[in-house]
Design a binder for this molecule. Sequence first.
Ligand code: G6P
Length: 612
Amino acid sequence: MCGIVAYIGPKNAYPILIKGLKRLEYRGYDSAGVALLNGSLQILKKEGKVSDLENFVAGKSTEGTVGIGHTRWATHGEPCDRNAHPHLSNSGNLAIIHNGIIENYAALKTELELRGYTFESDTDTEVLLNLIEDIQKEEKISTEEAVRVALNEVVGAYAIVVIEKSKPDTLIAARKGSPLVIGIGKGEFFVASDASPIIEYTKNVVYLNDEEFVVLHRDGNIEIKTLGNIQKTPYIQKLEMDLEKIEKGGYDYFMLKEIYEQPQVIRDCMRGRMNAEKGWIKLGGISEFANRINNAKRIIITACGTSWHSGLIAEYLIEELARIPVEVEYASEFRYRNPIVNEKDVVIAISQSGETADTLSAIQIAKDRQALIYGICNVIGSSIARASHAGSYTHAGPEIGVASTKAFSAQVTILTLLALQLAQSNGSISQSRLRQILYELEAIPSKVEGALKTNDKIVEIAKKYKDAKNFLYLGRGLNFPVALEGALKLKEISYIHAEGYPAAEMKHGPIALIDENMPVVFIATNQSAHEKIVSNIQEVKARKGKVIAIVLEGDTVIRGLADEVIEVPETDELLSPLVSIVPLQLLSYHIALMRGCNVDQPRNLAKSVTVE
Ligand code: G6P
């Protein structure tokens, strides 16, 4: 939800800002802009992607060794040049970039207007900047002090960076609820929404905490204070990210690269956490709280989007294996409905980015009510990881494609291990069954490789169905969440309307939609429901629907019925989502590509949703 990047040091800022913005584009791509200090305060901004900004800037002067840059996901005000960041204060002395939402901006704006301020944009950000300027002028205080006072007056979430025309040797940044990382180089500083714009210059970073602000000086001095004006000592950490992991590595799109990374991601996710031969599992995060989790009255899983789908899979797994009751809640609903949660509950929060505002707020509510919070995040050091009492990282590496793929597989892998570890420690699984599943888990990466081999077949299927207006995805049991995830992938990147349903529910409504123009994707890899799925396929065929079926290798029954069959390797039924999701990801990828859509940056979406 908006990406921000800033630089101060001896180099020209512009190329660093542009490169950084490209890495942060997954966070939003409605407009992009930079502000550079070079005697004057120069602002260059444009509606569209970072490449549109580059074209606009070509040929113009881009001097300046201090600068700020922004890529926007619109909240207040339509995407257009005028609403693009950076914004300038009324005096022209201050410029700001902002990721987040200032909720009380309307009241602040009215007050400022009464005092003679005018606004060029419809954004909440411009209001915040003029509030800072007004405080600075009225109270005759330094800009950093004015930033601190202003931030104490606003309600909402923000990561901001402010530069001042008359002070080219200083950058001021602050955060609350939106992420901010400071890179500490030799005689230079970087600020960004995540570490990806920083990694090629320095591995030394400081993660700013909520309600802290930092003043970075060109002479290398760094001052961190809380909004309550308490001095903090910077805690410098070493980044573990590799540059090559955030590049396309020969693939045309990040999404395709990330789909193909899944076998390795699953291996990395399991490494050191299990051993089939010895029959052990050890998720470091659980051990300390194993008793509390096993004695939990129930487990509540909360998440959004794709992460919510992996939560649904976990519900099946934990109830089946560990026999602990599980409820899965959309974080956005959970947080607003006064949920009954107490110290006997365990809340598992799942989030790739670890920054999703709704999930973070849901955690806060559960924490206030004394529940134990177990975070499952991909981004190390993210807000949700830090707000949790315990947790496990998925170790999927940076996921750049906006539509989540490898992060989903890593989440399902971790959740499977978690269910197995709980089952083992509360004695609800026999050692032989545990070993059997662990052996199957060890074989999953090679089975996912097998599923990736369906790619050519899927290209052919995509050609036939790319112009469909609607799709239905149906599955039973563990394949129901897979159907939801398959439908989500298709609508996210190809803009085709798609719905996921439990196959048995088809007869209660969706069946009315079926005619010769309706492709229905059946995820039919669960042997236990095979006959029932076959009946559902027949019901669709009887109404002239087109059936695309994901089946186990050698399934002659469904091959005889379906229009298209995609065969994937067999595994233990409990692990089948890890294999059957792969062709669905590929199907949506190829259809989107054939329809001319930008698969990595689908319209209107952002990867990290830090607004409510
Ligand atoms: C956004 C993304 C989705 C993602 C969801 C939850 O909507 O576009 O791909 O699944 O947020 O994100 P999280 O980072 O919390 O998993």
